[in-house]
Design a protein around this ligand. Structure first.
Ligand code: PEP
Ligand code: MN
Length: 350
């Protein structure tokens, strides 16, 4: 069975006592790296911005006392120099850094030639090219491995999770770069400790190579991300319950899966045909609206459609979030079509 890489430790380094209490609780957990953020890129001023340079020494103390290898976030070239000088075993670039190619390039220059592993979190916005670009910038200059971390994407609507996982984006990354290791940060996706383990299990079922999990001796007192951090005992519990499934299956199982996949392919074809039919009707309505000078967007009608879909979806076990997302996309496409028709109509009339 493949080994699952594990990075765990507090969101932020807060005090030497907090690090000891957390590391002690994890002393018998086989972590690959003990994490702790020394400088915290917070979204809003006034949030905890990290303990700063003294945290480097406290982290080194954890290596000395418990034998943990150390990893922390690097957000600029100066920090990179300090952390390399201190002998950190690995570094990660955070989601708010990956968004900016200038920052990434500047940090990459400071990392030139190093052979420790460098982890790159996905950018906060769902942009695969930006994530891949950051990975490539670092790969170009370092000697050691570069690993991707999926931590979810921020969105205006917080359906269930703090950061939407949008699993297809990391899976697309895996498809483009099968050689790249990919780990999941279920803590930042979940945003709440009650759902960290289900996100971690999902990642395992998608064959991720590892997990980065936030752990704090007293999560409720944490200065950052209090709601999502696990206690060391929660972490052990999560690991004990994590199911690592075999990636390859026997012939009978493969046959069963293949036949189910065949059914899915047929249903997908039907879905496409239904969507095409729906859009064609929508175009016909668009033509009538254009001729009769009626507005395209009719909110009451749309509210009725959505309410009916939600109710029907509900009885069939489809989540509200799912129905809303699908219907919003369909509605948008329908409006686009009708707008096109209206433009053509005006053009031919004039
Ligand atoms: C973190 O790991 O604590 C952190 C700030 O993560 P992200 O960059 O994913 O928000
Ligand atoms: Mn955090």
């Amino acid at each position: 069975m493949k080994k699952v890489e594990l990075i765990a430790g507090p969101c932020s380094v807060e005090s030497l006592e907090q690090l000891h209490a957390t590391a002690q609780g994890m002393a018998d957990v086989p972590v690959d790296f003990f994490r702790g953020g020394i400088w915290k890129p917070r979204t809003r001023p006034g949030n905890y911005e990290g303990i700063g340079e003294i945290g480097i020494h406290w982290m080194l103390d954890m290596r000395e006392t418990y034998g943990f290898k150390l990893i922390t976030e690097v957000a600029n070239a100066h920090q990179a120099q300090m952390l390399l000088h201190a002998g950190f075993d690995a570094l990660w670039l955070g989601a708010r850094t990956t968004v900016n190619p200038f920052y990434v390039q500047e940090i990459a220059e400071a990392l030139r030639g190093v052979s420790i592993p460098i982890y790159i979190k996905n950018p906060i916005n769902p942009d695969l090219a930006l994530w891949l670009g950051a990975i490539e910038r670092v790969e170009k200059v370092v000697q050691g491995p570069v690993i991707a971390i999926h931590r979810g994407f921020s969105s205006f609507h917080q359906y269930k999770y703090r950061n939407q996982p949008q699993w297809t984006i990391p899976l697309e990354l895996k498809q483009l770069r099968p050689d790249l290791r990919l780990i999941c940060d279920p803590s930042h996706i979940a945003g709440d400790r009650s759902v960290v383990s289900e996100v971690a299990q999902h990642a395992m079922d998608l064959q991720y190579d590892g997990l980065m999990i936030e752990v704090h001796a007293r999560p409720e007192e944490a200065k950052s991300d209090a709601a999502q951090q696990l206690t060391p005992n929660d972490l052990k519990h999560l690991l004990q319950n994590l199911i690592i499934r075999r990636p390859e299956a026997d012939a009978l199982t493969t046959a069963k899966i293949e036949s189910l996949r065949g059914e899915i392919d047929r249903l997908d074809e039907k879905l496409i045909l239904l969507l095409a039919d729906r859009m064609n009707i929508s175009s016909t309505i668009g033509q009538i609206k254009a001729e009769e000078d009626i507005t395209i967007l009719q909110p009451e009608r749309w509210n009725d459609i959505l309410a009916r879909a939600l109710a029907e979806g509900n009885t069939l076990g489809l989540s509200d979030a799912f129905i809303r997302e699908i219907f919003n996309v369909i509605h948008q496409e329908s409006i686009n079509r009708q707008l096109d028709i209206l433009r053509q109509f005006i053009h031919t009339r004039d």
